[in-house]
Design a binder for this molecule. Structure first.
Ligand code: 6JX
Length: 373
């Protein structure tokens, strides 16, 4: 066990990296996929199942948890790990992105953001200091700086303004976070689709000597080619010895292409959200269980899978559950999809160790490219 946060590179294959983060609550094997546990729960899953699938860390959202049940209440109940019975690492976002995308934004200035709750319309504020305080109350292991993620396309001046404010907020978050050896505060590189602004953000954040860095402002609707070119240009300016986390990404193809360029950590609602909408990811491609052609198909999703949801249930039964909007449909397909994502990550980690990233990457991309089977 360790009382500090440490990242070690174990192997590389081109720019792809195999590493591990050791923290008091456990080790995170990278490249890692972090299931999204918005309100302290990974929707439609028991967290024991999430763990059994190989997840080393899950995400929690400040925006959702501060509104309900409230950060102080979670603290009174022993913190998020105790509350949700997840003893392993948790990464919490700062709430910034949700405020921009979910809440009714009322004000955004140097101080922070003021917004209306999407739940009951009540007014709340987030400053860099309050965001770190909330993440501390949740007892979060990896805490994100408050940042401003702007929508693209945007004018250079607007992108520059938001990037520079995010840098000043990173400094304030670093001061507010202080010195917590067993925890980490990550900065977030912004700069939109303007390479020189991305580089300025990466270099200024590197100078803060934080324990890890996220790449923000991507996967917000831009073409994959734009996202990948920004990664290609930005990653070399980021410290080799620190973990890199690409927020909100992505499909298996996005993940493969981002690992190839040097990303270590991912989070995305895709596997869980798709599962709730009747879409199953398998090694042979995607299966839309809403489709009537599955109505009498006795085959399971994937008889070779170690996940019961993929191996033990007929497509006909899954189709019935999805068509009847039964809870078990969302549960089984979420289980299947998270199993698929974790198996991809395990394959990629193993392939990098063996110097076989390219061949494994090609196979995953082909699997994903197959249409609805
Ligand atoms: C856990 C995440 C830490 O998030 C923050 O504290 N701030 C933040 N979150 C993002 C989330 C994103 N999801 C996507 N696509 C689905 N793009 C994203 C971009 C950002 C971003 O620029 N900043």
């Amino acid at each position: 066990m360790t009382d500090h946060f440490a990242f070690r590179l174990l192997a590389t294959d081109g720019r792809a990296r195999r590493g591990e983060i050791t923290m008091p609550r456990g080790t995170i094997r990278t490249p890692a996929f972090m299931p999204v546990g918005t309100g302290g729960t990974v929707k439609a899953m028991y967290l024991d199942q999430v763990r059994e699938l190989g997840a080393d860390i899950i995400l929690g959202n400040v925006y959702h948890l501060m509104l309900r049940p409230g950060a102080e209440r979670v603290a009174r109940l022993g913190g998020l790990h105790e509350f949700a019975r997840w003893p392993h690492p948790i990464l919490t976002d700062s709430g910034g992105f949700q405020v921009m995308s979910l809440a009714g934004l009322r004000k955004l200035d140097e101080t922070g953001v003021v917004f209306k709750s999407h739940i009951d319309g009540s007014e709340h504020s987030l400053t860099p200091e309050r965001s770190i305080e909330i993440q501390g109350l949740l007892d979060s292991d990896i805490q994100m700086q408050l940042d401003e993620c702007i929508r693209l396309p945007a004018e250079r001046a607007e992108i520059e303004r938001a990037m520079e404010m995010s840098l000043r907020w990173a400094e304030r978050c670093k001061v507010a976070f202080g010195d917590q050896p067993g925890k980490a505060m990550f900065g977030i590189v912004q700069g939109g689709d303007v390479v020189d602004l991305r580089l300025r953000s990466a270099e200024a954040l590197a100078a803060l000597d934080l324990k890890g860095y996220a790449i923000g402002g991507l996967a917000v609707g831009e073409p994959q080619a734009v996202m990948l070119s920004i990664l290609h240009e930005t990653l070399p300016a980021m410290p080799e010895a620190k973990p890199r986390y690409l927020m909100g990404v992505g499909t298996p193809d996005d993940i493969v292409e981002s690992v190839r360029r040097g990303i270590d950590m991912f989070d995305c609602v895709m596997p869980t959200r798709a599962g709730r909408h009747g879409l199953a990811f398998t090694r042979r491609g995607k299966v839309n269980l809403k489709n009537a052609r599955h109505a009498e198909d006795p085959r399971p999703l994937d008889e070779t899978s170690s996940c019961p949801a993929a191996r033990d249930y007929s497509r006909a039964y899954l189709h019935h559950l999805v068509r009847s909007d039964e809870q078990l449909g969302a549960m089984l397909l979420t289980w299947n999809n998270l199993a698929y994502y974790q198996s991809l990550m395990a394959d990629l980690r193993d392939a990098i160790e063996r110097g076989a990233f390219e061949s494994r990457a090609g196979a995953i991309k082909d699997e994903w490219a197959r249409g609805d089977i």
